[in-house]
Design a protein around this ligand. Structure first.
Ligand code: DHB
Length: 391
């Protein structure tokens, strides 16, 4: 097989890049180790920046984000049991959309199928090689057990945080920047009406909680837990009591309970691979960097990488000019480090370490008070949450 751009990974980043390249007349093939059903049922975050929504709606995905998604004009920062609303449009003139990542995948996969995109699911034994030559190669076994080799001109690693592309870069050619956190999130999906119209990010003496939504009948919620927590060990009642404790306050706010049909522990870490390039291989999305989930930045950051890399590849083929490819890593890293900072900031301000001293706990509350009592503080948060303007 031969193509111009070979993409390892058919999640949202890989499929969005494939869609944009095909529209621009650049040949590409996507391979993905999971099957369509598995990705469709992998529940991830649910918040899209306005810029990510525009990428879906203005490039002909015909996604359902505008009809099935929900525009959110703010979030609620809750601490000491008191809610403080951050109103995005009045602060920064933008909003976000609640639209789950697995639905973004469904829309992108459908658009690729509609447009005749070459996407191969359920592949195995994938290898990448010859990245520093003019013909990087991808080897894989397809769903029928047949072995293939794709000769590419540009190879893109969009294979997520557990992917192979990043690890194919020799250790001396890459810097791994990372930190681990002493906590994780316990996440649930429940069949219940919404408890609140917008997301609630709660800091409490019992730890962090996030009250999110999906639609009128299904809700998504999380609470801070230990990284080695066993999700299956919790009863529904224990989970609800734990969530409720973290949002309790003098206003008497009560979560609306319902049957829990999914419960899992999400580990988190911050990681950035530098540079995001090795020869003619480029990394996008979680394949090159991961953020903790608190700022809802993961998918949005991946789409930004795709936007930057697509412009670079388009220029390369249209004008035989590789200048944007050469600056891809630096250009993408600028926003990646902003988002790393934002996610780290939201995480540390809202979570409580087990060994936190009273000083540290009160300092975080001082920080939250600084934010919610200042137009500048609220605008700083709103700008990061809705997504900084692109250049
Ligand atoms: C959701 C997940 C997040 O990490 C976040 O910051 C906001 C919302 C969600 O799943 O709805």
């Amino acid at each position: 097989l031969k193509t111009q751009v070979g993409i390892v990974g058919g999640g949202p980043a890989g499929l969005m890049l494939s869609h944009l390249l095909s529209k621009a007349g650049v040949e590409n093939i996507v391979i993905e180790k999971r099957d369509h059903e598995t990705i469709r049922n992998t529940h991830r975050a649910g918040i899209l920046e306005a810029g990510s929504v525009r990428m879906l709606t203005e490039t002909g995905i015909n996604g359902r984000v505008l009809t099935e998604g929900h525009r959110h004009d703010g979030i609620d920062l809750r601490f000491n049991g008191v809610s403080h609303r951050i109103d995005f449009p009045s602060l920064v003139g933008e909003s976000v959309w609640l639209y789950p990542q697995n639905e973004v995948f469904v829309d992108l996969a459908a658009a690729r199928e509609r447009d005749g995109g070459d996407v191969r699911y359920s592949v195995s034994d994938t290898e990448v090689l010859d990245q520093t030559t003019a013909t990087p190669k991808i080897r894989f076994t397809d769903a029928n057990g047949e072995r293939f080799e794709i000769h590419t001109e540009i190879l893109v690693g969009a294979d997520g945080s557990q992917g192979i592309c990043k690890w194919s870069i020799p250790g001396e050619e890459r810097t791994d920047n990372f930190i681990e956190y002493p906590f994780a999130w316990f996440g649930i999906l429940t069949e219940a009406p919404p408890s609140a119209p917008e997301l609630i990010y709660a800091n409490s003496e019992h730890g962090f909680a996030l009250i999110s939504q999906r639609n009128e009948h299904v809700q998504r919620m999380y609470f801070q837990c230990d990284p080695d927590e066993d999700a299956s060990a919790w009863t529904e009642e224990q989970i609800w009591d734990e969530l409720q404790k973290r949002v309790d306050g003098p206003d008497g706010f009560q979560l609306k309970r319902g049957p829990i049909f999914e419960q899992m522990v999400l580990k988190f870490r911050s990681y950035v691979c530098e540079p995001l390039r090795y020869g003619n291989m480029y990394l996008v999305g979680d394949a090159g960097h991961t953020v903790p989930p608190t700022g809802a930045k993961g998918l949005n950051l991946a789409f930004n990488d795709v936007r930057v890399l697509f412009a670079a590849i388009e220029k390369f083929y249209a004008e035989q000019d590789s200048s944007l490819l050469d600056s891809y890593s630096d250009d993408a890293l600028e926003r990646i480090w902003k988002a790393q900072n934002f996610s780290y900031w939201m995480t540390s301000m809202l979570h409580t370490r087990k060994d936190a001293t009273p000083f540290e706990i009160k300092r975080a509350l001082g920080e939250l008070n600084t934010v919610v009592n200042s137009e500048h503080g609220k605008a700083y948060l709103a700008e990061g949450y809705t997504g900084w303007p692109t250049k």
